[in-house]
Design a protein around this ligand. Structure first.
Ligand code: UTP
Length: 318
């Protein structure tokens, strides 16, 4: 995935709006929260003893794709909310002295560079969600580490392949409006009940009418007949710290969990929230079929694997 350097990624957007003297300049987003404490029931038994975020997509754990997206978007402080299998994630982003010494002694410079680049990539801190009480609850667990500043949230099992990283697209909208921004995409009506859904009006004043929306309402996992639109929330958010107050104020919702969507609905009473229909392809790697699609497509794109893998697939006589 290559990062495209742009002032505002949205086609036709004006340069950043100048704040009036009464408005604050948007603060830089320096931290990204990765909730990784879900039970991963759709992937049992693989997720019995390890988080689904550690399942490998070709040869990298799912979470590493999200971390690389955050880095490409200029964020280097990562906060991972862990549940079970904490040590697997910690070990992955830590130095592995034994492995590095072995690779060095055998002259495996390429592998050594790959292994080191993972641990050198980021500043990472961890916080624990003792019980899987919902995504909103997991985000709230990160409040002390985030502090009073804007932050991103990345759900690593949504793997997004995009020319401009999805998070960067959201950050550009955040910079413009100085307000929370959610990633959304259109999904078929019959699948809408698997998502948080927004009721939103396209914003026309900045020339990006087809991609940026002002949110009127949000609803978690509605029945198709009750869904306010076909715009589903996907696992990338840029949030402001007042979300923590909202998450602390709400009751458990869908599935008796503290839902991030409900927290955002609460926050919407006091400030505008925007949605960005990002450009790129999203894979639901937390779902078996989505994971298989991502594995095949990512493998086909690899220089070292693509050719022989394509030949193998052609020979399957499907
Ligand atoms: P999912 O909705 O995919 O739930 O969570 P899940 O439990 O991980 O997986 P399934 O549906 O049972 O298969 C979305 C994101 O929120 C995190 C998950 O780790 C995932 O990144 N999450 C969810 C938490 O961190 N804590 C929770 O209590 C719930």
């Amino acid at each position: 995935m290559q990062k495209k350097q742009i002032a505002l990624a949205l086609p036709g957007c004006q340069p950043r709006r100048q704040p009036t003297t009464l408005e604050k300049m948007p603060e830089k987003v320096r931290k990204a929260v990765f909730p990784a404490a879900g039970l991963g029931t759709r992937f049992l038994p693989a997720t019995k003893a390890q988080p689904k975020e550690m399942l490998p997509l070709v040869d990298k754990p799912i979470i590493q794709y999200g971390v690389e997206e955050a880095i490409q978007s200029g964020i280097q402080n990562i906060i991972i909310v862990t549940g079970r299998g904490k040590s697997a994630i910690e070990d992955h982003f830590d130095h592995s002295f034994e492995l590095e010494a072995l690779l060095e002694s055998r002259g495996k410079k390429d592998l050594l560079a790959i292994v080191r680049s993972v641990s050198d990539m980021i500043n990472v801190s961890y916080t624990r969600q003792k019980e899987a009480l919902g995504l909103g609850h997991a985000v709230l667990r990160a409040s002390t580490l985030v502090g009073q500043e804007p932050f991103a949230v990345v759900l690593a099992d949504d793997v997004i392949d995009a020319e401009t990283p999805c998070l960067q697209q959201l950050l550009d909208v955040y910079q413009f409006f100085n307000a929370p921004v959610l990633a959304v995409m259109e999904v078929p009506r019959e699948n809408i009940s698997a998502y948080g859904v927004v009721d939103a009006e396209p914003i026309s004043h900045n020339g990006a009418k087809d991609r940026v929306y002002r949110i009127r309402d949000l609803v978690e996992k509605p029945k198709p007949a009750d869904a306010p639109s076909n715009l589903a929330i996907i696992g990338r958010y840029v949030l402001t710290p007042d979300i923590f107050t909202s998450l602390g104020a709400i009751e458990p919702g869908q599935g008796s969990e503290i839902q991030l969507t409900d927290g955002l609905k609460h926050l919407l009473r006091s400030r505008p929230i925007y949605a960005c229909r990002f450009e790129g392809r999203r894979y639901d790697a937390g779902d078996k079929l989505g994971f298989l699609k991502a594995t095949v497509e990512f493998a086909l794109r690899r220089h070292d694997l693509g050719g022989p893998f394509r030949e193998y697939l052609k020979g399957l006589q499907l």
